[in-house]
Design a protein around this ligand. Sequence first.
Ligand code: RIB
Ligand code: CA
Length: 318
Amino acid sequence: MSRKVILDVDTGTDDAVAIMFAALHSELDLVGVTTVTGNVPLENTTDNTLRVLDWIGRSDIPVFAGLARPIARIGFPSAKHFERDSGDDPHGSSLPIPEPRSVRQDTGAVEFLVETLRSATEQITLVPVGPLSNIATALAIDPALTDAVDEVVIMGGGHAVTNVTASAEFNIWADPEAANMVLSAGFSRLTLVPLDATYQALITRDTCARLAKSGTPAGIAASRFISRRIDAYDGTVTVSDAAPVHDVVCTAYLVQPEIITTRSLHVTVDTTSSLTIGRTVMDTRLNSTQEPNANVAFSAAPQLLTDLLLDVFTSQAK
Ligand code: RIB
Ligand code: CA
């Protein structure tokens, strides 16, 4: 039986690869995709999400637009702080595939999350790979939604590796209060995939060439998106001609958990300090008395991820 999944995204090139993976893998049942402002504004994250699903022939998966701003802060931190990771600049906010034919649902993302989780007859896996504004708002409406979730798998945070500031990773920094709400909500299983892990699972230009050569819609799109990332990361990662594709590590983990190795830790987010706002504070002390609330990935296996991407994207019907 396939695992029911809701993806919460700020699409972006790496979100796009994660969406394609979840939509095409036979062991995953992607019941809906919710969008949030992040890599680019909400209008673009929603448009990009629809583009991706149309392009791979999965327009049947409904898309719900969510929050355009963080839950507690006025305005939204400009994505220009984040050009390198979004992989979208200087190319603009739209992914390099045709405009969408389908449209988003009239129902909003938060309403969809609340209604779907309240009425769920089997457990659902939540995979937020953007700022956590939608998930936190749904939990504010009904904290018992956690009961319907078997696992939440979050791309966010960083211990030794950060991106948007010297202390913080973008998804958590962009809505730190929301992140804290989600981390402390009492999910029975919460897996956090920070930059420490995603920066180890680099995808190379050679893999892009193999994806493109397959001629499948997903292979062609994944090659374009990841190549764009490789251009943006040039000279900043340990392997030349390679880049992290953060969000797909989360969806790949759903079908191949050994792709990451985790430690059970207490994690909270700094919401007050001017220097370290948005930092995921991970209590790695061996004698810590704080109750763990997250399984935190500290490493990821690049070859396993590469093999999975090639398998799923190149076997799609042309
Ligand atoms: O910091 C990387 C994360 O921020 C990724 O999820 C990327 O898509 C952006 O949302
Ligand atoms: Ca993302």
